[in-house]
Structures are given as structure tokens and as C-alpha cells.
Write a protein that binds this ligand. Structure first.
Ligand SMILES: [Zn+2]
Ligand SMILES: [Zn+2]
Length: 721
């Protein structure tokens, strides 16, 4: 008898065996429907030797119901699913669910009925019928479209159908994507770009695993260079995946891509409509999608013949997923390339320390673009010591920065102010009694958003209207905004430069691709004088008239106390500085800080990247932090405060004693309350050689937890909240 082992989409069920009915074409990777009690469940056929399960008698097996009309998941993808689940201590089914990310696509092609002429003539000709037949020669469309085209009613067309003059044709709803032509508009490359592009093209031709770090300063033309590798993959009929850290960046990228290849790529991200998802998923699985540009979730899609993966802005924190399966898309991209046997390019102007280390130890190949493209030079960077040059009371921009803004406005040039804080003010309090507005669900202040007149929690989405009176003491008109957010900085710019046209760029104002496109068009059309933005403006944008970048508070990122705070600050400020002076006019950067002597700030001012990385490397080595050691976190949460504390205590009490692993905690998490759940953390610091995942798995699997307790594991965590 034919049996099959299924990975089913329920972590509690895991693996189940079934009988394959006679003649049903099931192979490893097939996506099937199986009965479970009275219900039907989805499953993926898997090699039984790779998925241990309890033996079940042949006689007790139930038959599969059907095979879904999609290509079986390839072995390379099945190995990636296994690796991801194993490495990140996640259920296989949760990882596999990211592959089958379009319910619509699993149902197979969806069709609509169109109509066309058969060439026959009706028994009785009328003037209307005659007109319709003349107008519809060579056309094929839905009845409604044809009726509009011919200027007759749908009734007339139905009459023609009954006479056999019009015939129905079933058409796939998902239209083909336009063709991206590898040689549509080859660019003029600098000598350095050419050399680098030649190496990337060669890697694509060789079609074997090759991890490459593309290290190039901002504005050096990394994208144009790796587009040549994309072109080579297209010539060979291979698919390309380009991962971008933010959806907001996609829009700028699409324009450049279409210019080079004559058609846009296929886009994949979480806010696609379900019909767009279905169309993209099916084209990816069939191999029709040539180039896919997407957020991290695009990494797990079932590409038919992948030839190249590019991770652009590879240092970005947003490649790390912090919910569900807690994976880092940059690292999983390298693993996918390894399983597929293809090159993977990690492109960045400020590579992650881990990536640089891999290059230095010879695991990654490093390619460098040292200079800016064309006439552009790197901007001049100056520190503005806020303890010496104080802004006026109630203001946040020092007089020198304000003066530089005015100068740019007079010259007709653009400026950018960067502050990584959404909203108007991060904290609101009562002047009378000191009451502070806090989120009821989280350990966090409510952030005032003056534009939308609300107080909002950035962690759980809780919102409320700012009250007229203090909820604590009842005093009226007593609320004070403390500290600046970007909205407040935009207000300040409007006060000091009333004639300036100011654009606010945050995820609140740039939430959709349409809005992003409108902003880019305005900035390029020079309808904006001053851009005020969060980390969204730090990368990807290329505005040649932008000559001044002001960093409103460079110390902000250093306050978090997390492992990568210095690196992140360096990357953000270096990236946003890179927006200045990308055209012919030289750029200038002013960094406001209270700690001009902090190593990261001093390195930024000196433009001494190597010094920063060297100091940071030593600090990490000393702390046993990545890349020299490993971190993992166990996060315990529950809506019940006691239950969470008790579960964390029990985990702590049963900690294994091992020579190469140190375990800290449990302790209340810095975000002790998040979305209504109380949280405790344990931190694990291990030597590189330690098998952290195995230790954690056997440790936690031995413990029973109450239903309301959630225990999640974060391997290589980015956030320590
Ligand atoms: Zn009060
Ligand atoms: Zn909240």
C-alpha cells in the first residue's frame, strides 16, 4: 500500500501518516488535502525518514482527499524549511506556512469567461447585430466590455451567443507580467563598477553557492552594478530575488528597475491585495516571475529556478522578524542560496559587523566600491555640541543648524532633518500634578500625534484623544508635550522658515506605495525645501539637490542599552549623511549631540569607519557578543502576572549547568508589559562552539506550562526589550 507522511499546518499535530489512493500523483513536496476527524486539513508530503513519527498500522490510515494544483515544493525549499525551523527553534509548520502564503494560489488558476466572434452569421440579421459584428472583429473581452465596445446592449450580445455567432473562452484571471529585458537600457558604468559587475556576472554564470559582501559607500552605484548580475540571470532564464528592508523603499527602486529593464519587477509584501498575492505566488512557482522585489517574507516563496539573491541594505534591522518565527532574513537568504547552489549578494554602505567578520575570515567574498559615482563627493561632516551651542528655549535646532537651513533655502537647495521619533512628542505630562500618560497595555508612554489629534502607543496600537482636563487632578489646559518628535521639528522649521515647503516623512505619512511615489515626485520636482523624517528617509532616496543633512539628536539611539546600539547609531547617521551631496553640489552634514567624545560620534565626525569598526569589534570580543559568541533569549509571557513570573522562575530553576553557556535571569523584561501580556526574560550567552538550540530545546521541552503562558525563543536577538 502507498503511504505518505504529511507535515500538517498545526504545530500540535505536527506529522501525520495517510494512505495515497490509487492513481493519485503524490510526491515529496506535494501540497495535499487530508481528512482529520470531520475536518479537512492542508499538508505537505515529506520524506518520512526526515520526519520521525509514531508508527501507525496500514489498516488505520485514512486516504488523502486531493492534491492541490500547485507544483510540489522543491527539495531545496524543503531543506530550507527544515533548517529554519531547527536553527530558530520554531515549529516546522510555522515555517512552511510562510511558503504557502497565498490561499488563493493554492486553489489553482481562477478563470473568467470572455467572448469572441466565431465567424458564423446569425439566422436573422438586424442593424444592431450587424453593428456589433463589425465592431467586435478581432476582439475578445467580457460581455460588459464588448457591449461598451460595440455600443449595443448585453441583450443583443446574448442573442448572438444563442445563435453561435459569439463563443465563450475561459481565460486565466492572473494576467502575465510584462517582460523584463536584460539589455533594455544598459547603463554607463564607472571603471570600478564595471570591474565589480563583471565579478557578479561571473558568479551568476558559475551557478554555485557564493556569498558576496558588496561594500560600497552611499551613492557609489551599488544598485547599477548588481543590476548587471540581475541581467545575466535573466539571460540564463533564472529568477532573481531582491530583498529590500522597507516597503516604502520599493517605490524608488521600481523606478530605477523599470528604467534599466523596461518593465517593473514582481512585487511581494504583506500589504498586497489577495488577488495580487495569488498572481505573484503563481508566477513565482511557475517560473514566469523573472525578478521578485520584496520584504523579508519573499524569501520563503516557492521559486522554480532561482539564480541569484540580492539583500539590499543588508545591515538593516528590519530584516529581523520579531514575531512568530523569529528569523533574520539576511542570514536565511545566505542559507537559501546555499541550498539552491547560487550566489547571494549582501549590499550595504555600512555592513553589519557580523557580515564584515565573515568577509575578513574568508567565509564571504568582499567586493568594494570605494568612491561615489561621477562628480559627487562624500559630504563634509561637522559636530554641533549642544552643550556649547544651545537651541533657544522650547526649540530643538541649534542656531547654526537653523542658519544653514536658511542658507539652503535662499540658494534653492534642499535640506533633510533626521530624528528617529514619530509623532509630536514622546511624552505628555500634567504641569499641575505631574501625571504622565501611559499605555494601559504596555510599559510605554503614549506618544502625542498632533496631526491626527491622538495619543498613541507605538507598541500595541492603543489610541486615545488628548483629554481637555488631566485625568488625575482634573485641571484644565495643563498638558505639556515633553521632548521632540518629527512633527514638532516640522513645526519648528515652519516657524523659523515660514516660506519653506516642508515635507514630513514617517510611516504615518508614507504608509502606502502611492504616497511614497507622490513624495518622491515632489522631492525630485523640487516642490519640497525641507524634508523632516524618521529612519524611513535614511536610505534609498537619491535627491541630487539635497545638500544639507541635519541629525537632530545623534545620542537618541545610544540610550537604548541594547547590544548593537553603537553600531545602529553609526549605521543610521552614516546612511542619512549619505543622502547629502549626491549630485554635483557638495553636501554638508551637521550632527547635534551632547556627547561629541563618545567613540561612535567621534568616528562619524572623523569619517573614520575603520576606527569605529575596530573599536566595536574589540568591545564585542570582550563581551563575548556576536560574531565572537552567541546570544539567545527566552521570553515568557502571560496575561496573568503571577503565571508569567512563576513560569519564568521554573525555567530559571531548571537551567542546565554547562561550561560554554552562561544563562542570566529570569528578570522582568524592559517592556515588562506588552500588548496586555506580562513579560519576563532569560538571556543566554554562549561560546560559538556551543549547540545553543539543542540545549534550549531539551531544557524547555521537559517543562509543562499552563495554557495561558507563551514561551518563545529568540536566537541571535536584535532587540533586548
Ligand atoms: Zn494633573
Ligand atoms: Zn501599548
Amino acid at each position: 500500500m502507498n503511504r505518505v507522511r504529511l507535515l500538517v499546518f498545526n504545530a500540535a499535530l505536527g506529522v501525520l501518516d495517510y494512505r495515497v489512493p490509487e492513481g493519485m500523483p503524490v510526491e515529496p513536496g506535494s501540497v495535499v488535502v487530508a481528512p482529520l476527524g470531520p475536518r479537512q486539513i492542508l499538508g505537505i508530503a515529506w520524506e518520512p525518514e526526515r520526519l520521525p513519527a509514531e508508527a501507525v498500522d496500514d489498516a488505520r490510515l485514512r486516504p488523502l482527499l486531493s492534491v492541490l494544483p500547485v507544483p510540489p515544493l522543491r527539495a531545496e525549499l524543503r531543506r530550507l524549511i527544515e533548517w529554519t525551523a531547527d536553527y530558530y527553534c520554531a515549529p516546522l509548520s510555522s515555517v512552511a506556512r510562510m511558503v504557502l502564503a497565498s490561499g488563493g494560489a493554492l486553489r489553482g488558476p481562477s478563470t473568467i469567461t470572455e467572448y469572441r466572434l466565431t465567424g458564423g452569421a446569425p439566422e436573422r440579421m438586424t442593424p444592431q447585430r450587424e453593428r456589433a459584428i463589425a465592431a467586435l472583429e478581432g476582439e475578445q473581452a467580457t460581455l460588459r466590455e464588448l457591449s461598451a465596445l460595440a455600443g449595443v446592449s448585453e441583450g443583443v450580445l446574448r442573442g448572438l451567443m444563442a445563435q453561435g455567432v459569439l463563443e465563450p473562452v475561459l481565460v486565466d484571471c492572473d494576467r502575465p507580467y510584462p517582460y523584463a529585458a536584460p539589455d533594455h537600457a544598459p547603463p554607463v558604468l564607472s571603471e570600478a563598477q564595471q570591474e565589480l559587475a563583471a565579478r557578479l556576472v561571473d558568479a551568476v554564470r558559475q551557478a554555485r553557492f557564493a556569498p558576496i559582501l558588496l561594500d560600497g559607500v552611499t551613492g557609489s552605484g551599488k544598485t547599477e552594478a548588481y543590476f548587471e548580475a540581475v541581467a545575466e540571470a535573466l539571460r540564463g532564464g533564472r529568477q532573481v530575488l531582491v530583498l529590500l528592508p522597507e516597503i516604502a523603499l520599493t517605490e524608488a527602486f521600481l523606478g530605477r528597475f523599470s528604467g534599466r529593464f523596461g518593465a517593473p519587477p514582481v512585487v511581494w509584501h504583506s500589504s498586497l491585495k489577495s488577488t495580487e498575492r495569488r498572481r505573484a505566488w503563481r508566477a513565482i512557482a511557475s517560473g514566469e516571475a523573472q525578478v521578485v522585489v520584496g520584504a523579508r517574507s519573499a524569501l520563503f516563496l516557492p521559486y522554480k529556478r532561482l539564480g541569484l539573491i540580492v539583500v539590499d541594505e543588508a545591515h538593516e534591522v528590519s530584516f529581523k522578524q520579531d514575531e512568530g518565527v523569529r528569523y533574520n532574513a539576511r542570514d536565511v537568504a545566505v542559507m537559501r542560496a546555499r541550498f539552491e547552489g547560487i550566489p547571494v549578494v549582501l549590499a550595504s554602505a555600512t555592513p553589519a559587523l557580523e557580515s564584515l567578520h565573515m568577509a575578513e575570515t574568508g567565509t564571504y567574498e568582499k567586493l568594494v566600491l570605494p568612491a561615489r559615482y561621477g562628480a559627487a563627493e562624500l559630504p563634509r561632516i561637522d559636530l554641533l555640541d549642544l552643550t556649547q551651542e544651545k537651541p533657544e528655549p522650547g526649540r530643538w535646532l541649534a542656531p547654526r543648524l537653523a542658519g544653514e537651513l536658511r542658507l539652503r533655502l535662499e540658494r534653492g537647495e534642499q535640506s533633510l532633518l533626521f530624528l528617529n521619533r514619530r509623532g509630536y512628542a514622546p511624552l505628555t505630562l500634567c504641569r499641575h500634578c505631574g501625571y504622565r500618560f501611559q499605555c494601559p497595555n504596555c510599559s510605554a508612554w503614549l506618544v502625542e500625534h498632533r496631526l491626527s489629534r491622538r495619543l498613541a502607543c507605538h507598541h500595541c496600537g492603543h489610541e486615545t484623544r488628548p483629554p481637555e482636563t488631566c485625568p488625575e487632578c482634573g485641571e484644565a489646559d495643563c498638558l505639556v508635550a515633553c521632548g521632540p518628535g518629527v512633527e514638532r521639528i516640522a513645526d519648528e522649521v515652519a516657524e523659523i522658515l515660514p516660506e519653506a515647503r516642508v515635507a514630513l516623512v514617517t510611516s504615518d505619512t508614507l504608509g502606502s506605495p502611492e504616497k511614497a511615489a507622490a513624495f518622491i515626485a515632489q522631492a525630485e520636482g523640487r516642490a519640497i525645501d525641507v524634508i523632516v523624517g524618521t529612519q524611513l528617509v535614511t536610505k534609498g532616496f537619491h535627491f541630487p539637490e539635497l545638500t544639507l543633512v541635519g541629525v537632530v539628536d545623534a545620542d537618541l539611539g545610544l540610550e537604548g542599552g541594547d547590544l548593537r546600539a553603537a553600531e545602529r547609531t553609526y549605521q543610521q547617521v552614516a546612511q542619512v549623511s549619505g543622502r547629502a551631496g549626491r549630485g554635483a553640489k557638495p553636501g554638508e552634514v551637521l550632527i547635534q549631540t551632547r556627547h561629541p567624545d563618545a567613540p561612535v560620534i567621534a568616528a562619524l565626525a572623523a569619517g573614520d569607519r575603520d576606527a569605529f569598526y575596530a573599536a566595536e569589534t574589540e568591545a564585542r570580543r570582550h563581551a563575548g557578543a556576536p560574531p565572537f559568541g552567541r546570544w539567545a533569549a527566552i521570553i515568557v509571557s502571560s496575561e496573568d502576572e503571577n503565571e508569567a513570573r512563576e513560569a519564568a522562575r521554573r525555567i530559571g530553576a531548571t537551567r542546565p549547568e554547562l561550561p560554554d553557556i552562561a544563562i542570566y535571569g529570569p528578570a522582568p523584561a524592559p517592556m515588562a508589559l506588552l500588548r496586555g501580556r506580562y513579560r519576563h526574560r532569560l538571556l543566554i550567552n554562549a561560546r560559538r562552539s556551543a549547540s545553543v538550540q539543542d540545549v534550549i530545546r531539551s531544557w524547555l521541552s521537559a517543562l509543562p506550562f499552563p495554557r495561558g503562558v507563551r514561551v518563545s525563543v529568540d536566537i541571535d536577538p536584535y532587540s533586548f526589550v
